[in-house]
Design a protein around this ligand. Structure first.
Ligand code: 4GY
Length: 247
């Protein structure tokens, strides 16, 4: 899977991808990361990439020429790849999109802005605007890195053999069940007995119930509209237990 970043700060991208699972993914050849710097396409003497906004106001705006030439260079390296601009005003990124994009054989192109933003005309060369949440950052690099990270987990060869992105929280449609490791008792808090007795059917049932309970309490909007027989039974148990605990 090829990720191309159009960015004025390629070092930030390379540093973030140089650790842990992403680094292994690169070393294994499962993902490739490339950066294209608009500054390399600036034609003036000072290699400038920004300028003052027409109409006045604070800050600087990214000039269209170097930005668009950098996007063209990215498109040439990944023909057919969607060009995604990171913007707080875009559509909110979701786990389902991470799964979809991991199957994108053309790769992905992220356009990262800085300062007060892009000259509006660059959006003519962009396929979509994506936001990672309702807040404003200093640049699009961190959002683009977050998206690459979420997408990479679904690319074959990135997670270890035993881990699967499809099996974890959100992909299952529920929040994660609690996990424990040694010691059995930590500062007076014990690992639930069911996880230690080796009954795999009971463990699976307990985990499903805990995932449903966490989702019921924290993200009821994510619960299945039409739960199957087991989920319906577990949800009923959860509600009855919570009701009992109120007194
Ligand atoms: N939130 N989601 C975000 C962001 C920074 C000025 C354009 C976000 O995606 N991007 O805050 N980006 C801005 C900074 C130029 C990008």
């Amino acid at each position: 899977m090829k990720f191309i970043f159009v960015t004025l700060f390629p070092e930030q991208i390379k540093a973030a991808a140089d650790h842990s699972i992403l680094r292994r993914g690169v070393e294994a050849g499962a993902i490739q990361i490339e950066c294209i710097n608009p500054r390399d396409f600036s034609l003036d003497r000072h290699h400038s990439v920004d300028d003052a906004p027409f109409g006045g106001g604070v800050g600087m705006v990214l000039k269209p020429e170097p930005m668009v030439e950098a996007i063209r260079a990215a498109r040439a390296k990944a023909p057919g790849a969607p060009v995604i601009a990171m913007s707080p005003g875009g559509t909110t990124f979701k786990q389902a999109l991470a799964e979809t994009w991991a199957r994108e054989e053309t790769g992905l192109i992220f356009v990262c802005g800085h300062y007060e933003g892009f000259d509006e005309r660059i959006y003519h060369w962009v396929d979509m605007k994506i936001s990672i949440g309702d807040f404003v950052l200093t640049g699009g690099e961190l959002p683009a890195l977050m998206i690459m990270d979420a997408v990479s987990r679904f690319v074959p060869g990135v997670l270890g053999k035993l881990a699967s992105a499809e099996e974890d929280s959100f992909s299952s449609g529920l929040l994660e069940y609690p996990q424990y490791t040694r010691p059995v008792v930590f500062e007076g808090m014990e690992v639930p007995e069911v996880l230690r007795n080796g009954n795999h059917q009971m463990i699976a049932r307990w985990r499903r119930k805990q995932a449903l309970k966490a989702t019921y309490l924290l993200r009821p909007d994510m619960l299945p509209a039409e739960p199957d027989k087991l989920d319906a039974k577990l949800l009923k148990e959860i509600q009855e237990e919570l009701e009992k605990d109120r007194f």
